[in-house]
Design a binder for this molecule. Structure first.
Ligand SMILES: *[C@@H]1O[C@H](CO)[C@@H](O)[C@H](O)[C@H]1NC(C)=O
Ligand SMILES: *[C@@H]1O[C@H](CO)[C@@H](O)[C@H](O)[C@H]1NC(C)=O
Ligand SMILES: *[C@@H]1O[C@H](CO)[C@@H](O)[C@H](O)[C@H]1NC(C)=O
Ligand SMILES: *[C@@H]1O[C@H](CO)[C@@H](O)[C@H](O)[C@H]1NC(C)=O
Ligand SMILES: *[C@@H]1O[C@H](CO)[C@@H](O)[C@H](O)[C@H]1NC(C)=O
Ligand SMILES: *[C@@H]1O[C@H](CO)[C@@H](O)[C@H](O)[C@H]1NC(C)=O
Length: 449
């Protein structure tokens, strides 16, 4: 009885969301879809061209970033000259934002906080540091020294304010407060935990939203900042480029299939793997003459193989011989050293994520931040509509219905996460109102019907 009620309610909410989003897309789509269809499918991406194009578009942010690097370098140089013994509680030290990524969760949970942290640091004129990302330089380029360990000892006794603690909930401060107020300014350290908190609250803030929009047009915050702070190292990028050169066609569909995730909330939920291949069929309608590639990133070998079989079967029955199905050869039975939630290697995950980011359309699993991050993690995402997200269904005792597919397409490739609902529930009406005065809030909360 209870689950039936819940089911009805979630169907209702899903439909409402779908309708809202639908109207929103149609309006925006007509206005913005000035890119000819032909150009939406750039096959082998010329990264250099895209880089040039985006460098022009984001010249304001790029200038700001270059200035930041200079400022940061000078400040760190001075800090490193200080001897701990000569530093007392009253020594003037630069104020900092310190991001602590939750290394036990996946990459999807780590990245957004780093990007928001940078935004907070430029808004509050503080230095950005990252705490505990030990092997960061094995994977990423670094434009400035942000390893917190290098300077943490100097800040031992300094005052700390935690900005992303869900329990203390600083959502009102971020969504509408003054981050340079005397109160906030009095703290030497602003601490950011990265788990599940994205940049949407700060882009709602009336004190900052216009400025952010001015610096980063259309609020492509994650994409623009991650292209600087979370840039893969040359040799890893080379592997991505080679894979794309050898495998991408004129139209490329990326699928992120996640089956291992089990939480209390999703235990009774399931997405039949066949649904993903049905979405592929839908996407392939009307593009018979293209060379198509379907790229699969899955979290188990078995589900990957199942999906490949489903896609093959549906292609055979449709006589679609021009479609190539590919994946990188990562072994998903390997235990990830960071976390028992995840399988496979760190580098395999990063390569999967990056290849997904270059696909022309994305089909993602509900509730997995990995796919949401992949969607925004390249300039390519600026030319794509948002990802398609496949929703789970409630599983009955020994059966679940295969008679429908719940699917929505987001309007944006900015990462969206499910904490929106929790944050709104525990906040005052004024904050909720301000938060909702932002077209992204819908996108932000749709992960949690
Ligand atoms: C922090 O406080 C302790 C205790 O007073 C002191 O020994 C230490 O030197 C202080 N460290 C810094 C960096 O101020
Ligand atoms: C420095 O600050 C720490 C923590 O606030 C405090 O325990 C310590 O007594 C202070 N040391 C001095 C020398 O004031
Ligand atoms: C934020 O606080 C600072 C310091 O009190 C003040 O100078 C500034 O005007 C405030 N900004 C807004 C938008 O209220
Ligand atoms: C499509 O693929 C075929 C076979 O790989 C190739 O010969 C052809 O040039 C491709 N066409 C385009 C437009 O890329
Ligand atoms: C999983 O797939 C990878 C890539 O195809 C393969 O190298 C590996 O042996 C497979 N592992 C298992 C346990 O099947
Ligand atoms: C599961 O549902 C299908 C479709 O409604 C039905 O044909 C089948 O008998 C059901 N199986 C069980 C075990 O209830």
């Amino acid at each position: 009885m209870v689950s039936l009620k819940l089911l009805r309610r979630s169907i209702f909410i899903t439909i409402i969301l779908f309708l809202c989003l639908g109207v929103y897309y149609i309006n925006k789509f007509h206005r913005e879809n000035s890119i000819p269809i032909k150009n939406r499918f750039t096959s082998v991406i010329s990264s250099i061209d895209l880089e040039k194009e985006q460098n022009q578009k984001f010249f304001k942010f790029n200038a700001l970033y270059n200035n930041y690097i200079k400022k940061h370098d000078e400040a760190v140089k001075k800090l490193l000259k200080l001897k701990q013994s000569t530093v007392s509680n009253s020594t003037n030290l630069p104020k900092v934002v310190v991001v602590k990524p939750d290394m036990k969760t996946g990459i999807g949970n780590r990245f957004p906080g780093i990007v928001c942290g940078f935004l907070y640091s430029i808004i509050t004129d503080r230095l950005l540091f990252i705490d505990g990302y030990k092997d960061f330089t094995d994977y990423f380029e670094k434009d400035f020294e942000h390893n917190w360990e290098k300077v943490a000892n100097l800040y031992q006794n300094r005052s700390v304010k935690s900005l992303h603690s869900i329990k203390k909930n600083e959502f009102p401060l971020i969504a509408r407060g003054n981050l340079s107020s005397e109160e906030v300014n009095s703290y030497d350290i602003l601490r950011i935990h990265t788990w599940d908190y994205v940049c949407v609250p700060i882009m709602s803030n009336p004190n900052y939203k216009e400025w952010i929009k001015e610096i980063i047009p259309d609020y492509k915050i994650f994409t623009v900042i991650s292209q600087k702070l979370l840039r893969l190292k040359f040799d890893i990028n080379k592997q991505v480029e080679n894979f794309i050169t050898n495998n991408f066609g004129e139209y490329n569909i990326g699928i992120h299939l996640r089956v291992r995730k089990k939480t209390k909330k999703t235990n009774k939920m399931i997405i039949p793997i066949k649904h993903y291949s049905q979405v592929v069929e839908m996407l392939l309608m009307g593009i018979d003459k293209k060379n198509v590639t379907v790229f699969i990133a899955a979290d188990t070998n078995e589900s990957r193989n199942n999906l490949i079989n489903y896609v093959h079967k549906s292609l055979d029955s449709d006589n679609k011989k021009f479609v190539k199905i590919v994946h990188i050869n990562n072994d998903m039975s390997i235990e990830n050293p960071y976390s028992h939630f995840n399988r496979g290697t760190e580098i395999g995950a990063l390569i999967d994520m990056k290849i997904l980011s270059f696909c022309d359309d994305l089909v993602l699993t509900y509730g997995s931040t990995f796919g949401y991050i992949a969607a925004g993690w390249s300039y390519r995402s600026l030319r794509r509509l948002g990802p398609f997200v496949v929703m789970p269904e409630r599983k009955d005792e020994d059966n679940f219905s295969l008679d429908k597919i719940w699917l929505w397409q987001a309007r944006s490739n900015e990462p969206c996460m499910y904490l929106g609902k929790v944050l709104m529930k525990t906040s005052d009406p004024k904050t909720v109102e301000v938060f909702k005065d932002n077209p992204f809030w819908m996108h932000y909360s749709q992960g949690c019907p």
